[in-house]
Design a binder for this molecule. Structure first.
Ligand SMILES: Nc1ncnc2c1ncn2[C@@H]1O[C@H](COP(=O)(O)OP(=O)(O)OP(=O)(O)O)[C@@H](O)[C@H]1O
Ligand SMILES: [Mg+2]
Length: 467
């Protein structure tokens, strides 16, 4: 078998140039642009869902109605008027015995409902400007042309209630003045008025009902948001439609479960810490009774270390769960941390940008920033803290010029008791909980911490907290 010749290799077309991909991309761009312009809130969207179909329906109905009804009725009325006029002209032309056309004028006035006069001459005034949108003008003109078939002049604009028509006859010019309503379906706008009024009523009802349906969802969203940011929730009771109430109840149950868990943890820790402290105190007493020497010193160091670890661990596990979130002056808080460091003989450069008031748990945040600054001071000489409060986010950068943390370790160092210093052989007595606690606090506020390289050459810690 000979292999099939694939022909000259077609230049590979990039996938995005395939027509169907192009169509899909264009469609997606279009959909996104529409979505960008759509209102974002549930309330506005629901209203749109009610209003839009109503608007479309009414526009279609109104258009069809105008088109059909108006055209039909106006056409019929115009036709009738034109026929009457044609009959009058016929009579005048056929029996011109009536000297001043009084008889025929009377008949027209009494039986046909329009006034008729015959003017001498045979020239018509210059044509009136055509009204831009007038069914009447065109319908009447058409009918006169068909039924009468003579040169004519028509004025549907001038006098609002009357229509004037002039037609050239054999014996002069016939001037007809008729009421507009004789040729025109004039009260159809009532239909439109009713349509607008009923839509307004419908809209009002929709707004009232929707507001009541959507408020519970907004309240649930607010409550969940506050809980996620670790703030207290004022009075949340599930309300509204069944599904919304179910979501609200589920949220309340979940919140209670989480709170119970935290309480349990705190209670357990209090017990553990109490028991372990007792044992440690006993240790300490026993070592104090031992004869002095290297053994005793080693034991004492171990006990001290255990004590420190225990305290740190307890602090970590206890969290700052019971503290209330309050409006806090962050610039002031950062300054206080800076002053503490200064007192210890270090210097920190710091900048704050934006509104300093943020709703947070002040002690927890102080500890969070304190841990980061403490780490930086332990490893570096130059430390900079700069914070920004904008677009509902508080961002704090802690930069240093120390050795930094390699990229592969930047997640690991957040693990409790995970330390690099031991591997670096520069044990300074940390427990490896500082960053774990810091992240715990940041997440408890609905935010997070990330590590990066600092422009100063060392580590950069970035704290982001909604507020
Ligand atoms: N600014 C920094 N520069 C270099 N390494 C750092 C820095 N901050 C943290 N690290 C590394 O990350 C590890 C974990 O830090 P973490 O704060 O969790 O613990 P620690 O500082 O060792 O102990 P603790 O904070 O509990 O006293 C540290 O051991 C250290 O090696
Ligand atoms: Mg630390």
């Amino acid at each position: 078998m000979t292999p099939v010749d694939p022909g000259p290799a077609r230049a590979a077309r990039p996938l995005r140039d395939e027509p169907w991909i192009r169509v899909r991309l264009a469609w997606r761009r279009f959909a996104r642009r529409i979505a960008d312009r759509m209102p974002k809130g549930l309330y506005a969207r629901s209203l749109l869902i009610v209003i839009l179909p109503m608007l479309i329906l009414q526009s279609v109905v109104a258009y069809v109605f105008m088109e059909r009804h108006w055209r039909l009725v106006t056409g019929r009325l115009s036709e009738a008027l034109a026929r009457d006029i044609a009959a009058i002209i016929e009579v005048i032309d056929t029996w011109p015995q009536d000297p001043d056309w009084r008889k025929i004028g009377g008949i027209a006035e009494r039986d046909l409902g329009f006034s008729v006069t015959v003017l001498p001459g045979s020239t018509l005034p210059p044509p009136m400007p055509k009204p831009f949108f007038s069914l009447l003008d065109s319908a009447l003109s058409d009918e006169i042309e068909v039924r009468v078939g003579r040169p004519f002049w028509i004025d549907t604009v001038g006098n609002s209630d009357l229509v004037e028509i002039r037609i050239v006859m054999k014996t002069g010019i016939l001037r007809v003045i008729a009421r507009r309503s004789q040729a025109y379906a004039s009260n159809s706008h009532i239909f439109l008025v009713w349509m607008v009024i009923t839509s307004l009523v419908l809209l009002t009802i929709a707004i009232l009902f929707l507001r009541n349906q959507i408020r519970p969802i907004q309240q649930l969203a607010d409550a969940a948001d506050s809980f996620g940011k670790g703030r207290s929730i004022e009075e949340f009771t599930p309300r509204g439609a069944r599904e919304v109430r179910r979501a609200g109840e589920a949220f309340t149950l979940m919140k209670r479960r989480i709170e119970r868990q935290i309480e349990q943890r705190t209670a357990m820790l209090a017990g553990v810490s109490h028991d372990l402290r007792t044992v440690l105190t006993r240790f300490r007493l026993q070592t104090a009774l031992m004869p002095p020497g290297p053994d005793r010193e080693a034991l004492e160091t171990d006990v001290d270390e255990m004590q420190a670890m225990l305290e740190a661990y307890l602090a970590f596990a206890r969290g700052e769960g019971n503290e209330e979130a309050v409006a806090t002056d962050m610039a002031e808080l950062l300054r206080a941390i800076g002053q503490d460091a200064e007192r210890a003989g270090f210097e920190i450069r710091q900048v704050f940008d934006g509104d300093p008031i943020v709703v947070v748990r002040p002690n927890a945040i102080k500890r969070l920033i304190g841990n980061l600054v403490g780490n930086a001071l332990r490893h570096a000489d130059v430390v900079e803290v700069w914070a920004r409060h904008a677009d509902d986010w508080l961002t704090v950068y802690v930069d240093d010029d120390g050795p930094g943390v390699p990229e592969s370790e930047r997640e690991n160092v957040f693990r409790p008791f995970y330390r690099l210093d031991e591997a670096r052989n520069q044990d300074e007595g940390g427990t490896g909980l500082g960053l774990a606690i810091a992240r715990d606090i940041a997440r408890g506020h609905g935010g997070d911490i990330e590590l990066d390289s600092s422009p100063l050459g060392g580590l950069r810690a970035i704290v982001r907290i909604p507020g």
